[in-house]
Design a protein around this ligand. Sequence first.
Ligand code: SF4
Length: 472
Amino acid sequence: MDNFTFVYKGRYFLKEAETLERLSAIARRNGRRTHLVYDRDIFGAGDNVFNAVCLNALFSSVRGTARKVEPGATAVFLATMNNAGWIGRVIDAINSRRAGIKTIVIAAFEDLLPDVTANHTLIGEPESVFARFLEPGCNAPARLIVDEPADLDALPLPDKELFGGYAPAAESYMIYTGRGCAGSCSYCEETVYKKQLNGYCRRRTPENVMAELVHAQRAYGIKEVLFKDSVFTQDGPWLALFLAAYREKIGVPFKCFAKADAFNETMARQLKDSGCYCVEFGVQTINGDLRRNVLNRRETLEAVRAACLACNTCGLLYDIDHMFGIPHETVEDHKEAARWYASLRGLNRIKCHNLTYYKCADITGYAIAAGDIASVPVDEEAGFFSTPVKKKLQWENRCFQKLFKTLPLLSETSVRALVRGNGWKLFGWAPAALIMIAQLIIALRNNDLRFKVYLKYYPKLLRPGNLKRVYV
Ligand code: SF4
C-alpha cells in the first residue's frame, strides 16, 4: 500500500480539508505517494456562494468521482458529521466497477461510519489512527481503533500541495492553531467531538504555529492567513504571545473567529495591530431563552454588544453568524434581531446559515420534539447554506436571510420601519443576484479581503477546463 488517493467532497476552507492535508503529510513522511480526487460540490449544499440542487447534479457525480481513483491506489475517505451516505455510494461505485482499488474509511467515532464495508476501517482521531496504521508492524488490519489524541506539535506540517490546484495557499492560507472549543453548543460538531474523543481540546504552541507560517511564507509567499479555530481568542496569554511573533515575522492580513465571552478590547487592539482585518462572532439568535436553553450558548447579549463595541473602537471589522431553523424560533425573534443588528456600529456582514442536524448533537432532540423534523436527516440534504430541512417558516426565514445580508447597507431607521410593518416580506421576492450585488457593495465599501478572494476564485471554479479536471 504505497499510493493513497484521498477522496473528498465539499468546500476547501473546512477542518476536514486541513485534516486531509495532515493525513497526506503523514503518508508522505512514511514514504507513500498521495493524490486527491476532489468533488467541490459546486452549487451543492456546502456551496456558500450559490446553491441550486439541479445545477449541482450537473457537476457532482458519484461515478465520476469513483472513476478518478487510479487502479492500484488505495482510496481514503474521511467520515464527517454528514457524509456517510456519500462515502457509501462512492465505495459502492468503486467496488462494483473498479477492480484492484482498496478502500479505507477513517472516522472519529463509530456513529459516523457509512453502511458499506471498506477494506480497512480506522476509528479515532484521524491523524492518530492513520499514523498508527502506517507504522511498520501494524500489518494493515481490517479494523483499527486508537483512543489517543495526536500530539499536534509533533505532526508534520500540512501538505498544502494536496489541494494546491484548487485553493492556492499563497492567496489565502488556512491554518488551525488547535482543536476544539470551551463551549458546548448543542448544535455544534465541536461539542460532539469533545464528547467522543479523548483529550480533544488542545492548542499547538505559538512556536509550532509560527514554524508553519514561516514555512508557508517562504514556500508560497502568503498574502492572507485565515485562522480557522472556532475561538481564536480563547486563551488571552497564548494570543498575546503568538501575535507578538506574528507581527514580527509574518504580518500579512488575517481573519479569525471569536466568541463574545472570550473577547475584550485589549484583544481587539492586539488583533488590529497585528494585521487582523475582520473577526467573526457566532451570535445565532437574539432570543436569550433560545440561546441559553436550546443552543446552550452561555454568553449574554450584553457581552456580544461589548465585543462589537471593542472592535468598533479599535477600527476592526466584525462579522456576525446568524442561524435560521432553531427549534421554536418565531418571526418576532427575527424582527428583534433585525432591530438589534441595525443598532450596531461597524458591522461588516451578517453571515446567515441554516441549522444543520448533526448526528449525536443534542439539538436534534429539540428539533424532533418541536416537530421540525421527524428524524435525523440523511447527509447532504441537511443544507447548511441550501434549502433548509425544516419546513416551518421557510418563506419567512428566506425573507429575513436576505434582509440580514443587506442590512449593513441600511440605516437603523429604515430597518425598524421594515420590520414594523410588512416591508420585510419584500425581501423574499428580491432576486439572488440583487442580494449578491448588495453584498458586493458592502465588501467594496469595507475593503473586505475575504470577499475579494471569493470574487477572484469562485468564477474560476466554473471554467470548463477546471470542471474537467475532476469529472472527466
Ligand atoms: S462556541 Fe462555536 S465552536 Fe464552540 S461549541 Fe459553540 S458553536 Fe461550537
